[in-house]
Design a protein around this ligand. Structure first.
Ligand code: SAM
Length: 142
C-alpha cells in the first residue's frame, strides 16, 4: 500500500512478522508506513481515521469470542465511506479447532455499520486445494 502512495499502518501481534515487514519495507526504500506490534482485537491505542482497511487471512483465525472486539475496533477506525477488504477462509476444522468465517458471520459481525458490496467466492490458491475462500468488499456507511 505504501509503495502505491498510501500512508499505511500495519499491525500484527507477531514480532517476527513485524520485523520481516520492516525489513522488506526498508529494503524497498518505502516510506510512509508504520508497523505496530499489537493485537487487532485490542486496537484502542490506535488513533485516527482510515479510509481503507485490508485483512488477508487474519480475522478467519481469530477465536470466535474475540471477533466482536475486532469488529468494534474496525468500525471505530474506518471513516464513513471507507472500504474494508477481507480475504478469509470459509468455516473449517483445522488442528481440531473451528476456524474460518462464513458470509453470514461477516454480515452479522460488521453490520449494520458496514455494508457488504460484493463477495467473490474462490479456493485457496497457495497450494492448499479444497479450502474454500472469499474476498469481501465492505463499505462503512455514514
Ligand atoms: C495467515 S497470516 C497473514 C499474513 C499476511 N496477511 C500475508 O498475506 O502475508 C495471519 C497473520 O495474522 C496474525 N494475527 C493473528 N491473530 C492476530 C491478532 N489477534 N492480532 C494481530 N495479529 C494477529 C498472525 O500473527 C499472522 O501473521
Amino acid at each position: 500500500m505504501a509503495q502505491h502512495g498510501w500512508e499505511a499502518v500495519g499491525v500484527d501481534f507477531s514480532i517476527l512478522a513485524i520485523w520481516l515487514a520492516r525489513h522488506k519495507a526498508r529494503r524497498a526504500g518505502i516510506k510512509g508506513v508504520r508497523f505496530l506490534v499489537g493485537d487487532v482485537t485490542r486496537l484502542d491505542s490506535l488513533k485516527g481515521h482510515f479510509s481503507f482497511a485490508l485483512d488477508i487471512g487474519c480475522l478467519h483465525g481469530i477465536p470466535l469470542e474475540e471477533r466482536d472486539r475486532y469488529a468494534a475496533g474496525l468500525k471505530r477506525l474506518l471513516e464513513p465511506g471507507g472500504t474494508y477488504l477481507l480475504y478469509a477462509w470459509k468455516p473449517r476444522i483445522s488442528h481440531g479447532r473451528r476456524m474460518g468465517i462464513s458470509p453470514e458471520e461477516v454480515a452479522g459481525l460488521f453490520g449494520p455499520e458496514l455494508a457488504i458490496k460484493s463477495v467473490r467466492h474462490g479456493e485457496d490458491s497457495a497450494g492448499r486445494p479444497g479450502i474454500l475462500t472469499a474476498w469481501y468488499h465492505l463499505e462503512r456507511l455514514s
